[in-house]
Design a protein. Structure first.
Length: 256
């Protein structure tokens, strides 16, 4: 599988052919502590019927080796934008879940890519409580997941690094993220984004409550917001079929 070298290591990625040579590219960015195939796997067959797919593992995750200090999302955004440029995906569609959505927003904000559309799943424009007014603590302990999810997550990473890598590097890296190292945009920043944006969010997200994405939808010039009832964070894992249907409907309306 291809790898893309950066100043801090190399990014592993999968590239799936589309239905035709001129099919638009859709880049899919996963959440922190996951990988491309685990997060997006259930959606890939249906998406590949319409799009060429670029599916990287974020720096330091799973098969990708090396990462920016502190997993700084701005640097990860620069590195992944360079990958998109190299693969001719900078003007295609872009989608991200949770941290992947933050990285995608930073790419757009800094104009490192100019995507045809942006899909944001279970994410926020800032992790700084002073910016959003969100006082919920973002910790693995507060994540509403099935028992054993930490052990299952470790198996996505440790075999490609060393035993204990997930616990020592990724989990501690996640716990150290803040507004400076993750994302801290303003709603005013979003007002300048002249592209279609689709937001898909759990009605009961335990990390980013609904008022955050409602404010984003009001700020964005071309936004649509979909709440999935009775659902919490990381919708890609909880409701992949619902996410797929919403994404495809949005993408097909904004594709040639």
């Amino acid at each position: 599988m291809p790898e893309f070298r950066t100043e801090t290591g190399q990014i592993y990625y999968e590239l799936r052919k589309g239905p035709s040579e001129d099919a638009p590219t859709l880049t899919l960015l996963h959440n922190f502590m996951s990988n491309g195939r685990s997060a997006w796997g259930p959606l890939l067959p249906a998406l590949a019927e319409h799009f060429r797919l670029l599916v990287p593992d974020l720096p330091g995750h799973s098969r990708s080796q090396g990462y920016p200090p502190g997993f700084h999302h701005r640097t990860m955004a620069q590195q992944l934008a360079a990958l998109m440029q190299a693969e001719g995906a900078a003007h295609g569609h872009l989608a991200g879940c949770s941290s992947g959505g933050m990285v995608a927003q930073l790419m757009v904000h800094h104009q490192w890519v100019a995507p045809a559309s942006l899909t944001l799943i279970s994410t926020t424009y800032s992790t700084n409580p002073a910016t959003t007014g969100n006082t919920r603590v973002i910790t693995p302990e507060n994540f509403k997941a099935s028992p054993g999810w930490m052990e299952a997550t470790a198996r996505l990473h440790d075999p490609y690094h060393y035993p204990g890598y997930y616990q020592e590097v990724l989990l501690s890296g996640f716990q150290a993220l803040n507004g400076d190292s993750a994302i801290d945009l303003r709603l005013d920043d979003l007002q300048a984004w002249m592209l279609p944006v689709c937001m898909i969010h759990g009605e009961k997200d335990e990390f980013f409550p609904p008022f955050i994405v409602e404010a984003m939808a009001q700020a964005l010039p071309q936004a649509e917001l979909h709440f999935v009832a009775e659902q919490t964070h990381a919708l890609l894992f909880r409701q992949p079929t619902q996410v797929r249907l919403l994404m495809l409907d949005f993408l097909m309306r904004h594709s040639p």
